[in-house]
Design a protein around this ligand. Sequence first.
Ligand SMILES: Cc1cc2nc3c(=O)[nH]c(=O)nc-3n(C[C@H](O)[C@H](O)[C@H](O)COP(=O)(O)OP(=O)(O)OC[C@H]3O[C@@H](n4cnc5c(N)ncnc54)[C@H](O)[C@@H]3O)c2cc1C
Length: 302
Amino acid sequence: MQFHPTCLYSPASKDELGRRFLLSEALRGEGGVLVRKDGTRLMEGVHPLKDLAPRDIVARAIDAELKRTGDECAYLDMRARPREFLEKRFPNICRHCRTIGVDPAAEPIPVVPATHFFCGGVQTDEGGATGLPGLYAIGECAHTGLHGANRLASNSLLEGAVFAERAFRRLSADASLSSVTLPAADPWKPAKSAPGQEAVFIRQDWDEVRRLVWNFVGIVRTDRRLSSAMERIRIIRREVMEVYRGYPVTRDLLELRNVTLLAELLIASAAARKESRGLHYNLDHPQPLEGEKKDTVLRRYG
Ligand SMILES: Cc1cc2nc3c(=O)[nH]c(=O)nc-3n(C[C@H](O)[C@H](O)[C@H](O)COP(=O)(O)OP(=O)(O)OC[C@H]3O[C@@H](n4cnc5c(N)ncnc54)[C@H](O)[C@@H]3O)c2cc1C
């Protein structure tokens, strides 16, 4: 999971899905600097490129600072640039900041790192085909092998548009698809209880998964946090599957089932890598290992 270093922070600045507004890295490219509450430079002494260091290093530096001080956010100071420049170059960002009462030309913008891009995914070949006949995956859900240890910004056009066309060409030419037979599925047994009766489980489990993954499988990991996360996620997943099998299916329940499985895969993948590289950082194994310059592939998981 790649983290973006600078998302707009305010206790109330999340949308209905809990997402934060992203503040482009172009802000730092245009002279913005990260500062602490007292105005001192945060990236000083962290990396030779300071505020222009790679995004995983900047995200980690902010995270470490917030954990050390207990502060809720860091700040992005754009005051080196005049108001006219900021309004012209970043109109949308300026508008968004004002909605939470922050004037970027007059005061530092509160920021926190947040999850940004899921670098792992369903393994595909260069035409989007997966290991299951007839199943293709493209875009953020796919693992094409295009990323190195860290995702480069603006890769989505490549992942989405280029692979969409490749998959289309492959599918058009794939005569074997018409002969794919899917195994018969068991008939669905409708649950007896009323829809919505178990909504309380869904809310509780969703909240728990979100916290667990953020705290234990987030920007900085340790072996202990990962093994503890694995124990807990398996308990939650058992509970979710019981609700899934015993109650009417809702969109929220399906999403929770999928999110819980993905969380488990994420933890298994992180735990399998005994080194730090790119966006994966484990305090117990802080250095890259010779010979580990390869993707983590979970085969026949579970
Ligand atoms: C704040 C933010 C800023 C970003 N900025 C950039 C950027 O500047 N440059 C860049 O390259 N990338 C950027 N990204 C990443 C980029 O937006 C995504 O990687 C890209 O949009 C993924 O496209 P996708 O089609 O694979 O998936 P999505 O855009 O997530 O599309 C998946 C679609 O499937 C639908 N869906 C899900 N489940 C089901 C289901 N069961 N049945 C039917 N439909 C379903 C969803 O509703 C959704 O419409 C950014 C991401 C974020 C969050």
